[in-house]
Every structure is written in C-alpha cells, then in structure tokens.
Design a protein around this ligand. Structure first.
Ligand SMILES: Nc1nc2c(c(=O)[nH]1)N[C@H]1C(S)=C(S)[C@@H](COP(=O)(O)OP(=O)(O)OC[C@H]3O[C@@H](n4cnc5c(N)ncnc54)[C@H](O)[C@@H]3O)O[C@H]1N2
Ligand code: MOO
Length: 393
C-alpha cells in the first residue's frame, strides 16, 4: 500500500494543468493568481499624514494658513512658522516635515502652539511608496485571493486579474441502498449524503460541480453514469471501492476505458481510495463510508482541485495542538482521529467509526497519528489538520 505522501504526490502529478482566464476583481475571492502580480501604481501616491492635527514647518508657535484634507490637498508651500490643518490620509504640504497631533496642540484664533514635546522630524508622516511602488511585485503566482490580497491588488491599480480557470468536478454517488430525497427514504434505504457533503466541500473551494446519481450497483447503470461525467475535468465517485461482490466501481471504470493509477493507501479511515485517469480526466474513487469519504476528500480531492485551480500550495496545512486525551499506540495504518479543538486542547469526538456522521459533524480537526506511533499522554502535543476552509490557512 502507498503512504499518504506517496499517494498525494502521485495524484497531484496528474492534476489538470490550469488554463488562464481574466476575472473581475470583485469576483476573484478564492481564485488563484495565474501569474505574478505587479503594482501598476505607487501607494501612498504622496507623503501623507497618518493623524489628524497640524502639518508644521519650523519651530512654533505656527500661524495657521490653510487646510489639507484627504482628496483636497493644500496647494501652497509652508514657510518656517506656518502650519496647515491636516486630516488623516491628506497630502503633506510642501515645506512641512512632521505632524503635530491635535491632542497636543493649543489653538487660539489662527495661532497653534505645541503643548507637549516637539514631534521628531517625519513623525506621523507616511512616505510616498512606503507600502509599494509602481512595478513592485505584489503577489506571486499561485497565491489564493482572500480579502487582503484583493484589497492589495485593487490598491495596486488592478480591476481585473489573470487567474487559473476553475475545473468542472462531477460527483457520482453509487449504491443500491441510496436515495436522492432524504424525505422519501424507504426502510432499506439511506439518503445519499456523501454527494451533498462532497458538493459542499468543493463549493467551499470555489469549484463548479455537477451531481450524478445516486446510481445502482450495476455495471450498465454505472456505465451510463460514467458517460454523463465525460466533460468534467475531475470525477469523484463515492462507494463501491472495496472488495465486496457489489463493489463495482473499479471494474466499471476499467470497462469505461479508465486506467488505474493506484488503489489503496495505508490510512485509516480511507484505505480503499482509488485513483485513475481517462484521457485528460482525473478520477478519484472514494470509499462509501461517510467519514472515510470526508477524510479522503479532505486529504486528496481538495488538494487535487486546488492544484487544478492553480494553487501554489495545494496540500492542507498542519499545526501542533495539545491532546486532551490519552491516545493509545498507533496501528499499522496512519490514522486521522476526528477531534474538537477548543483553542486549548483537541479532544477526540465520541465515535471514531468510519460511518459516524454525528461524531464527524461535531469535529473541527483531524489528529494525525503516524503508523506505529508511541502512545500520547493528556496534554502532550500532537499534529493536526484544522478542517475549516478545507484545511488551507
Ligand atoms: N472484507 C473487507 N471489507 C471491507 C474492507 C476490506 O478491506 N475488506 N474495507 C472496509 C473499508 S476500510 C471501507 S472504507 C469500506 C468501503 O467500502 P466501499 O467504498 O465499497 O463502500 P460501500 O460498500 O459502497 O459503502 C460503505 C458504507 O457507506 C455507505 N454509503 C455508500 N455511499 C454512500 C453515500 N453516497 N452516502 C451515504 N452513505 C453511503 C453504505 O451504505 C455503506 O454503509 O469497505 C469496508 N469493507
Ligand atoms: O478505511 Mo475504511 O475507510 O475505515 O472505513
């Protein structure tokens, strides 16, 4: 069986190469830059005041000769002994080299005095270009566009950005027992919750998704469903990945013309994970158990779609947290324990069964237990993935 890292790197090597498209900056949240972004302007565009007060020239007292407001600069030049009223973000007038904040000023008619120590040269002045200058590199290729990156790109003079195209991901639920409508579930049926869960995980990453199924454990029904997925860049299947008589995903994929890249990874849950390709399409076959599906989507599908969306760092990031439980020695497979981290310690949730959705829904992290790991005492540090936002910081 492959290790987690071997399996992830084999999968990411298959990721569809992102094509570039142009996107309005307002619509760029969660997208990844297709090339480095350079500043098209200088910020601040002039020396600006960082405070409300008086821009002063020479030693006081100063005669008040005008005002500089943000967006409406004072257009004269100051002589020693003169000052202007200035607001935060306003241009420093020529001749002034510091700002006396209004809390430290006494004003009588048109005369301003300093009531405290004289401010040093340059005090409360933001120099032209201290944030960035025209032509500076602002963001690297593969950067995820969050609110701060969008603000920086906009301040850098960009209304449109070159981003990687989003892949189309088809999601196929399979199993005779699955029912599409949870309100109309027969006694031998269960709702097809994996498809809804996977679609939600992918939507959080900004992917376009198409649901297929649920499809019966039947070679002809599976063949028809697979044909429906043909135009997708990535196909994610759930169920039928194991070794039972009705686990048909692998033979159905092979009959459809897919080439298996690997099957089975030494992880718990999620051992029967399957990866295949058909032409340019990358296929990830997830195990049907809902928690196994979730964990393998987190560790494999989300990194794959992030790579296809042009992410510089597609894998989820890890952090160290203190364990709130005694953890026994690890088994032969690397294990991902569902846990809740309260900001202090991470405690395992009630059930670690790979079908326990109620327990999964109460977790916010996965504790990473290496194969054959030594036992852990309560309060000892462990490595974990935080689940929020698909694991990307
Ligand atoms: N003899 C062995 N049996 C099993 C092995 C093994 O190594 N030897 N592996 C086990 C492991 S580990 C897993 S994980 C499961 C994975 O099985 P499949 O991928 O074939 O999944 P199914 O049998 O189709 O379903 C398992 C379970 O999950 C429920 N399910 C399936 N699809 C959905 C869905 N879309 N939404 C909600 N729930 C779903 C299904 O009803 C089953 O209860 O195999 C073990 N067996
Ligand atoms: O490894 Mo299976 O994915 O535990 O339940």
């Amino acid at each position: 069986m492959l290790t987690l890292e071997e399996a992830q790197s084999r999968l990411l090597a298959l990721a569809p190469k992102p094509e570039t498209e142009t996107c309005a900056i307002e619509a760029s949240l969660g997208r990844y830059l297709a090339g480095p972004l350079k500043a098209a302007r200088t910020q601040p565009p002039a020396d600006l005041s960082a405070m409300d007060g008086y821009a002063i020239c020479g030693h006081g007292p100063w005669v008040l000769v005008g005002e500089s407001r943000a967006g409406a600069p004072f257009d004269g030049a100051l002589e020693p002994g003169q000052c202007v009223r200035i607001s935060t973000g306003a241009h420093m007038p020529s001749g002034a080299d510091r700002v006396l904040i209004q809390e430290n000023a006494a004003v009588e008619l048109d005369e301003v005095r300093c009531t405290q120590d004289m401010p040093d040269a340059g005090k409360h002045v933001r120099r032209r270009g201290f944030d960035f200058a025209d032509g500076d590199r602002l963001l690297d290729t593969g950067t995820r566009l969050g609110p701060a990156q969008i603000a920086l790109a906009m301040a850098g003079g960009h209304a449109h950005l070159g981003v990687a195209r989003r892949p189309l991901v088809a999601i196929l639920d399979s199993g005779d027992e699955l029912c599409a409508d949870p309100g109309d579930c027969g006694p031998d049926q269960i709702p097809a919750s994996n498809g809804a869960m996977l679609a939600a995980m992918l939507a959080q990453q900004g992917c376009e998704t198409r649901r297929i199924g649920p499809v019966a454990d039947d070679m002809d029904a599976l063949a028809a469903a697979l044909r429906e997925s043909e135009t997708a860049d990535i196909l994610v299947t759930s169920g039928g990945a194991s070794v039972g008589d009705h686990d048909l995903m692998r033979p159905a994929l092979e009959r459809w013309g897919a080439t298996l890249d690997f099957w089975k990874v030494a992880i718990k849950p999620g051992k029967p994970l399957m990866v295949a390709t058909r032409g340019k399409q990358v296929i990830v076959g997830l195990p049907g158990n809902p928690v196994s599906s979730f964990v393998t989507a987190f560790l494999f599908v989300l990194p794959l779609v992030r790579a296809a969306m042009g992410a510089g760092k597609p894998l989820p990031s890890q952090c160290r947290v203190d364990s709130g439980d005694h953890l026994p020695e690890g088994g032969s497979r690397r294990e991902f324990l569902r846990a809740y981290w309260d900001g202090q310690v991470a405690r395992c949730v009630d059930s670690q069964d790979s079908s326990a959705l109620a327990a999964l829904a109460s977790a916010n992290c996965l504790i990473d237990r290496p194969a054959e790991a030594a036992s852990v005492e309560t309060g000892e540090a462990v490595v974990a993935f935080l689940l929020e936002n698909g694991g990307i910081a």
